[in-house]
Design a protein around this ligand. Structure first.
Ligand SMILES: Nc1ncnc2c1ncn2[C@@H]1O[C@H](COP(=O)(O)OP(=O)(O)OP(=O)(O)O)[C@@H](O)[C@H]1O
Length: 150
């Protein structure tokens, strides 16, 4: 019994240490899957387990959000709580490589979570990166999709 509890404790310590650097400016991947991250996936990110800490400054949100103020405030409280932040799942980002090699991160959903992280002046937000193409962006933006990526 003592051995089992030692093993469980040691394993759970190791999980958050699985950190890698993949590319700038998205520095880290972790494969730790919280209950929220596991259960609260979208159709786009259902097969993606890696969660990245993506700098807020690199995320493009071309469509303005319509926000429920109470929900933003409630999310800010949850995110600020040391124990409760895990209850907020990662947002999805469309990750597009431009024709000249630049990396672009577009966000369409996750409006309330993004706004809560923004108001809290967090430098990064938890996100799943959904590999996407300019064609995918056209689905969201039609002809307003940025031409500089093509
Ligand atoms: N205090 C809270 N208020 C609202 N959602 C919370 C809160 N704490 C944790 N959550 C979780 O955060 C997620 C919020 O996702 P939700 O789809 O409701 O909003 P959003 O994606 O940020 O905004 P939108 O759907 O408008 O784009 C849910 O998975 C919810 O369970």
């Amino acid at each position: 019994m003592k051995f089992i509890s030692y093993f469980v404790r040691e394993s759970s310590r190791r999980i958050p240490l699985i950190l890698h650097r993949i590319q700038n400016p998205v520095h880290t991947i972790h494969t730790h899957r919280s209950a929220a991250a596991t259960m609260d996936t979208t159709v786009h990110s259902a097969g993606i387990s890696e969660v990245h800490h993506v700098p807020m400054s690199v995320i493009k949100r071309p469509i303005p959000s319509i926000l429920d103020e109470q929900k933003v405030i409630s999310l800010m409280d949850t995110i600020n709580g040391e124990a409760s932040e895990e209850e907020v799942p990662p947002i999805d980002l469309l990750w597009i490589t431009g024709s000249e090699g630049g990396q672009y991160y577009f966000s369409f959903g996750g409006c309330h979570r993004f706004e809560a992280y923004r108001r809290l002046q967090r430098e990064t937000i938890k996100a799943k990166l959904v590999r996407s193409t300019l064609g995918d962006l056209y689905h969201y933006m039609g002809s307003s999709a940025p031409k500089y990526l093509a």
